[in-house]
Design a protein around this ligand. Sequence first.
Ligand code: SF4
Length: 482
Amino acid sequence: MIEHFSSKNFEKELIGYCIGCNCGCKFIAFVKDNKIVDVTGHPSDRLGMGSFCTKGIALVQELPFSEFRLKESNKPNIDLNKDIGIYVDRFCTEEELQRAFSFTENVYSNMLYVEKPKTIEIENIPDKKVILNISEPSYYDVMLSRWIIDAKQKGAKLFSAGAMFTNITFKANYKKLIPPSEFLSFLENIKNAFEIGHSEDEFINKFALFSTKLSDALIVIEDSYIKIDRDFVLEFLKYMKEKYNIDYVITGNITHWPVKNIKEHLKDIENHEIVVNVGDMFRYIPDDKLETFSKKDILSLSHMANMSVNLSKYYLPRKFFIEMDFTKKTAFLDVGAQAIFENENSYTLLDIIPNVGKNTSYTKSPKQETTTLQGPTLFMGHSVVDDMGHYSRWLHEIEPNQYIYINKSLAESINITDGELLEITTEYGKAVLKVKISANIPDNTFFISDGFDEYQPFYEGVRPGVFAIDKSFIPVIKYKKL
Ligand code: SF4
């Protein structure tokens, strides 16, 4: 008898890879009447080992067949002799990124450029003896949280630090909340503790002690913290590896392609006669620049009928990864996959930008702005459901509403409580959100999920562009109870 991994009634099994995050899990899709009726992780996948997360299931089984998917086209004849800028997102394949960079060096993204995202193979994480986790992988690189917890279950000492207590924190042996303005000095203090063998800070002291005694340590850190000062944080990680042999893994929305950030895009926009937007670029544009962008000749290639489609002059449906042959070099591994579904009415960047054989150099590192943080800070971070998740009925239910999270002492100082309205202002704009008081946030910190925008179905939220463009931490200029 042949054993199958689904109890559903199906006609055939198809094998593919999910690129919903850096984990690149292999899956089996069970198909009937040209619809996917069930999905499981592939048991032979060396990393996923048969697991498949809820986000992956929605991206494979639900969203490609969703009623919110963009079906109509409105395409100009692009004059490729004009000055073109290209925006790319995390779903872009290696072939698309290669094509974009062979055409122009004006490639922009909300992804963070990181040349070397890890010093250890991911499957070796469960063998680590000490882990300092400064990330929330269960929101972003979902399967990574499993490898960290595997290490903990094998006896690793797990430390969790950051501007929010995360799911991993509640499994950790030691935890520490760090106000964002103190994050860089926290790293500096770790360095000092290793150098002098002691720290006044008990958390840092224990991490240095266990790392030195057990000598097999790892730091996991997400893009949000690196964006505060990329050169500083990457230099810290390099130093800890070279001097103390502590491995690192960078997680989150990162790319090895030297994309320019949104601030550069805001500066350059006037120079570009056409912008090709492969993603939802408009989510990261501040209010005062929305009109300028929407008057430009912008062609949005989009999975969903999202904000960018609504504000672009031209638009085309975009292929999902299950509908194309692709390679993807994620932060953790290389994936090669073939289309498992046909969709002749949707496109990739390769259908828009021809192969002109130009060889634009893409080795130079793009500029990275640093953010000086002092006092009240807004953390515009990843949470359970990201932007695409709000087009999924399954995922949206997990986090339907957007709140601004603050701790009890900040709430008391504003004299505000759960459900009341708070207006918050940064250098880019202001908005009003409902408050939720949480013990998981440090002093002087406001946390808002970056997964919302004004054009999503079910519930309108505030997009990152309003407050922070593509930054994760931004100084708060003003806040008041309404
Ligand atoms: S962990 Fe990432 S790659 Fe794996 S199924 Fe989930 S979203 Fe897809």
